[in-house]
Design a binder for this molecule. Structure first.
Ligand code: DGI
Ligand code: FE
Ligand code: FE
Ligand code: FE
Length: 188
């Protein structure tokens, strides 16, 4: 059993310092969004701590975790950058003993998004875009939208990812499009 301090210690040891600083930023942004939008700040922080735990694992180890544990193999047909989210949720459950389904799902879907994203899914995915250390074209507009609407902020974030993937002629994981469409439809 890990307490919060031990968990942070163990997760930070699995990534470079810069990625840990990003994780701390996601924790603070996720807690802030939870306060603003009526989410659970404690769950938001826990998901934030764990969301990128597997990001720097060798990709072949990530692939093995997915193949050997009955996880979503469809991911293996898409960008490797998507894998760490699924692996992270598995590690959160089986290595760190997290049992809260909402927290595990927020980790699992923090990169791709999904249809009918829960409040916690939205908070963690958006916090990942807007944490203070992020600096990409358009991030300030996403931050501004995030103050007014969780959904508007998240749509802008997903749109920026989809646009970037298209600009680079990369394959888009269908769940990302479904997540984006679902949020847009709900605002219509
Ligand atoms: O792990 P982080 O860098 O903090 O952020 P992330 O987990 O949201 O995203 C990892 C990367 O995955 C992001 O730079 C874009 C890339 N990616 C590749 N294919 C897809 C994708 N992201 C989404 N949402 N959908 C894709 O199909
Ligand atoms: Fe990530
Ligand atoms: Fe994300
Ligand atoms: Fe992240």
């Amino acid at each position: 059993e890990y307490n919060r301090r031990e968990l942070m210690q163990s997760v930070s040891a699995q990534m470079p310092e810069k990625r840990w600083q990003h994780t701390l930023g996601v924790m603070s942004s996720a807690a802030e969004l939870a306060h603003r939008y009526g989410g659970d700040p404690d769950k938001a922080e826990l998901a934030a701590i764990l969301h990128d735990v597997a990001k720097y694992w060798p990709v072949e180890r990530q692939r093995a975790v997915i193949e050997e544990n009955g996880l979503n193999k469809e991911l293996l047909l898409y960008d490797k950058q998507l894998w760490h989210a699924e692996v992270g949720a598995f590690v959160a459950e089986h290595e760190y003993g997290v049992t809260d389904r909402e927290v595990l799902d927020a980790v699992r879907y923090h990169t791709s998004g999904r249809q009918q994203m829960t409040l916690l899914d939205r908070i963690v995915c958006l916090a990942d875009y807007i944490e203070p250390g992020r600096d990409f074209p358009g991030v300030d507009r996403i931050r501004e939208l995030s103050m007014k609407s969780l959904e508007e902020g998240l749509i802008a974030g997903l749109d920026s990812t989809i646009s970037l993937l298209i600009a680079k002629r990369r394959i888009i994981f269908p769940l990302t499009v479904l997540a984006r469409n679902d949020l847009v439809r709900k605002l219509e």
